[in-house]
Design a protein. Structure first.
Length: 218
């Protein structure tokens, strides 16, 4: 009979099983370590992103708080701002009134007074005066005219339409007055509506009564 002794091989199989178990444990431990590392990395990334979101939210809240404070300051200063605006409007209105007086009815009356003053001359662009003297000398005024030869009895203005009435020492004096009105930049469409000889009630002198209309430019 053939006998087989298997005892020497038994320790070898047991040792192999122990080595396999140890290898599995190491693999499991390595896997767990990798998982822990990945988990820790994920937690750090998530924490970083949430920190950024929080920082953005804090910055946005700070901006809103600053805007609210600015609005509150403006609201608090509202009475002062209204007072300043009213003062600015009052100054603007005053300037506009002064400007209107400079280029409006007041300036027109000053112009008429200047036309009837010794040495006075119409207001206009010097280049326009040069053109008239060169191209149409008959329209130019007489420098030596005696302005005391014209008297105004009435002066009215409505919607920039002027009516002037008075009398002159002669028809030539009335014509000279009209010529100066025509040369002035303040008047246009100067028209002699009426001119007639008459006797002055106070001086008993013969005079030339007239009525002139014109359009005012201002």
């Amino acid at each position: 009979m053939l006998k087989v002794n298997l005892l020497p091989n038994a320790p070898s199989r047991a040792g192999g099983e122990k080595q396999a178990a140890a290898g599995d444990l190491r693999t499991f431990a390595l896997g767990m370590s990798i998982m822990l590392v990945l988990l820790a990395a994920g937690i750090m990334i998530f924490h970083s992103s949430q920190t950024k979101v929080l920082d953005n939210s804090v910055a946005a809240n700070n901006q809103r708080d600053l805007a609210v404070k600015q609005i509150k300051r403006r609201v608090a200063d509202h009475p002062r701002v209204r007072s300043e605006l009213q003062e600015i409007r009052a100054r603007r209105d005053a300037i506009q009134r002064l400007e209107a007086n400079r280029t409006g009815p007041t300036a027109m009356l000053v112009e008429v007074s200047q036309l009837l003053s010794p040495g006075g001359r119409p207001t206009n662009d010097p280049s326009e005066f040069e053109r008239i003297q060169r191209d149409d000398p008959t329209r130019w005024m007489h420098a030596n005219w005696d302005t005391h030869q014209i008297w105004l009895s009435s002066f009215g203005e409505s919607e920039r339409q002027v009516t002037i009435e008075g009398h002159g020492r002669s028809a030539d004096d009335v014509a000279e007055f009209m010529r100066r009105l025509m040369l002035s930049e303040y008047f246009e469409q100067v028209t002699l509506e009426r001119s007639e000889g008459a006797q002055d009630q106070d001086t008993r002198l013969q005079v030339q009564r007239f009525k002139i209309t014109a359009r005012v430019r201002y």
